[in-house]
Design a protein around this ligand. Structure first.
Ligand code: GAR
Length: 196
């Protein structure tokens, strides 16, 4: 099983989707640790319910993004993590984290990238009047919400949509494609390991 580390800032519904996919046998992996940065993040409650260790690394306790990322890397190593999943991680990452896990960090974002990067992607899609939005899983690079795209899913926008209603429908798709993207990447990593 691929040893995962999950980074989350909020409710953790994507964490839950990964845990479910592992339990259902859809994903050959194991969540070694959840790292979260908001003390009240519900993701930590979910981790406890799944008996997954969780570690609070509050960004307010660090002087720079690099300092936080150094602590993240140390924690991921401590838990023998091989592959990192940002599941609603609302912090910009630095070269410190990227260099520690080259090609081994993915992120889920609630838009069809490269449209609507950033923290207000759902609101921006509504405001722009697009008729279709969705979600994207991509490899993480230094630039926010960039990096090679792995999987996307489309979600139609309804005339009476609110950000909340739309985001809920996008998240249903996220819960499908995030475990799929991990499985896909895990297969590729395994192929690399067996041929070398
Ligand atoms: C997800 O919709 C994810 O796409 C988004 O945060 C939500 C977390 O939900 N991420 C971003 O906006 C990153 N810029 P969750 O905590 O229930 O998994």
């Amino acid at each position: 099983p691929l040893k995962l580390g999950v980074l989350a800032s909020g409710s953790g519904s994507n964490f839950e989707a990964i845990a479910n996919a592992i339990q259902n046998g859809q994903l050959n992996a194991q969540i070694q640790v959840l790292i979260y940065n908001q003390p009240q993040a519900y993701a930590a409650v979910r981790a406890a319910n799944w008996n997954v260790p969780s570690v609070l690394l509050n960004h307010r306790d660090y002087n720079s993004r690099e300092d936080l990322d150094r602590q993240i890397v140390q924690t991921l190593r401590q838990y023998n993590v091989e592959f990192v999943v940002m599941a609603g991680w609302m912090r910009l990452v630095t070269q410190v984290l990227i260099d520690a896990f080259p090609h081994r960090i993915i992120n889920i974002h609630p838009s069809l990238l490269p449209s609507f990067k950033g923290v207000r992607a759902v609101e921006q899609a509504l405001a722009a009047g697009v008729k279709i939005t969705g979600c994207t899983v991509h490899l993480v690079s230094l630039e926010m919400d960039s990096g090679p795209i792995l999987i996307q899913a489309a979600v139609p926008i309804m005339p009476d949509d609110t950000p909340e209603k739309l985001h809920a429908r996008i998240q249903l798709q996220e819960h499908q494609i995030l475990p799929q993207a991990i499985a896909l990447t895990a297969q590729k990593l395994q192929a690399l390991n067996t041929t070398s």
